[in-house]
Design a protein around this ligand. Structure first.
Ligand code: SAH
Ligand code: SF4
Length: 393
């Protein structure tokens, strides 16, 4: 699958990072925003209305300056700008794959970087966002797992990835025009970028609540999927406090294999994980848990594995997402052969489960699942690898 078309890359240099000091209004919950407005002396009677107005400017219209909030009196706008900022992360570079996938290198406070990936499809556009810089976990097939955890992202940095992708896609409604709905370019969010979202629960929750808020970005909770490696104690909370769909990185059908692939299995093994998933409350019958299963040649891809898998998940409304392994420099595994993946899918399918094979997207720009890693971190290891990643740009 060698890339044929040239990779385009451009650099946006609009400074957007927040200076230290004033409180950033992005990422605050509605309650926190109300509290912040109280703190600058907004009369109690006005708090609800002002919170709603500012919220709409930020998340429905996408404005980044208090001056643009024309339904607020000028002196009030001035008070706001003296006390607060509106800061989203900065897009350092954007690479566009031959298949249309866009990978953004995003700089956050402290000079750290994460990656955000936009995947256009016929019926939807999915943004894959990061929740941490690096990851504390060390799944042996994952590129991010080779990078240590640097820090958790803030809720502003998490929702900020959605906002800057909408900037880049030109998807804020024009004044006086209702936001597009079914035709939205950015219609789905998956928390499948760098990091383990359930190890940064509060920030992820607050950001996703902003994404779902009807007066803002307004995505349905069914259009948001959170992927976890299996942080069992936080799984029930995901349903209760966020209410989005859940995906689980399963990848192995025996504890011995899963221990090796997803080491968090040593803490919460397959049985414990399945118990938590059986209890995952569903708001409607059509909702299923996605089991992600990376196909590694000779490791977890036998017919026996497929049969064990369907036996294990019996009784759980599920869909099995088979992910052909995406290679990265120095990876200790190979992708299963296509015929093997299809044979595996067939067994799962015959057992009554949808078993889509995930088409790798954006491989030519290292944007596919599990290939993400901060370029700065890569740089510490190999400048040559970065040059290769960036298409020798
Ligand atoms: N930390 C979370 C979410 C990020 S990973 C989790 O582990 O679920 C998103 C998905 O990509 C996970 O299912 C992960 O197991 C998978 N993945 C990681 N590395 C991969 C690789 N090299 N090839 C294919 N899928 C990979
Ligand atoms: Fe972390 Fe997920 Fe990668 Fe495992 S697969 S190292 S949990 S990002």
């Amino acid at each position: 699958m060698a890339p044929t078309a040239p990779i385009t890359q451009d650099v946006l240099t609009i400074p957007r990072a927040a200076p230290e000091g004033p409180v950033n209004l992005i990422g605050l919950t509605r309650e926190q925003l109300a509290e912040a407005l109280r703190g600058i002396g907004t009369p109690e009677k006005q708090i609800r209305m002002r919170t709603g107005q500012i919220w709409q400017w930020l998340y429905q219209k996408g404005v980044r300056s208090f001056d643009a909030m024309t339904n607020l009196a000028k002196p009030y706008r001035e008070t706001l700008s003296q006390n607060f900022t509106i800061a989203v992360p900065e897009i350092v570079s954007r690479q566009v794959s031959e298949d249309g996938t866009r990978k953004y290198l995003v700089r956050i406070a402290g000079g750290h970087e994460v990656e955000t990936v936009y995947i256009p499809e016929e019926s939807r556009g999915t943004l894959c966002i990061s929740s941490q810089v690096g990851c504390t976990l060390t799944c042996s097939f994952c590129h991010t797992g080779t990078q240590k955890l640097v820090r958790n992202l803030t809720s502003a940095e998490i929702i900020g990835q959605v906002m800057i992708a909408r900037d880049d896609l030109g998807e804020w409604p024009e004044p006086g025009r209702a936001p597009k709905d079914e035709t939205r370019l950015l219609s789905n969010i998956v928390l499948m970028g760098m990091g383990e979202p359930l190890y940064n629960f509060e920030a992820v929750r607050d950001a996703m609540k902003i994404a779902m808020d009807g007066e803002g970005i307004s995505l349905s909770r069914r259009r948001i999927t959170l992927s976890t490696s299996g942080v069992v104690p936080e799984i029930a909370r995901t349903a209760e406090e966020i209410g989005c769909l859940l995906a689980v990185s399963f990848h192995g059908t025996t504890d011995a294999v899963r221990d090796r692939l997803v080491p968090i299995n040593k803490k919460w093994n397959i049985e414990t994980l399945l118990e938590a998933l059986r209890a995952y409350p569903k708001l409607s019958n059509s909702e299923r848990i996605t089991f992600e299963y990376v196909m590694l040649k000779g490791v977890n891809d036998s017919d026996e594995d497929a049969r064990r898998l369907v036996k294990l998940i019996r009784g759980i409304p599920a869909k099995i997402n088979l992910i052909p392994f995406n290679e990265w420099p120095g990876a200790p595994y190979e992708r299963s052969d296509w015929a093997r993946i299809e044979a595996f899918a067939d067994i799962v399918h015959k057992a009554g489960y949808a078993s889509p094979i995930r088409t790798p997207r954006g491989e030519d720009i290292m944007a596919a699942c599990g290939q993400l890693k901060s370029a700065t971190e890569r740089g510490r290891r190999s400048r040559a690898a970065i040059a290769a990643d960036l298409g020798n740009g």
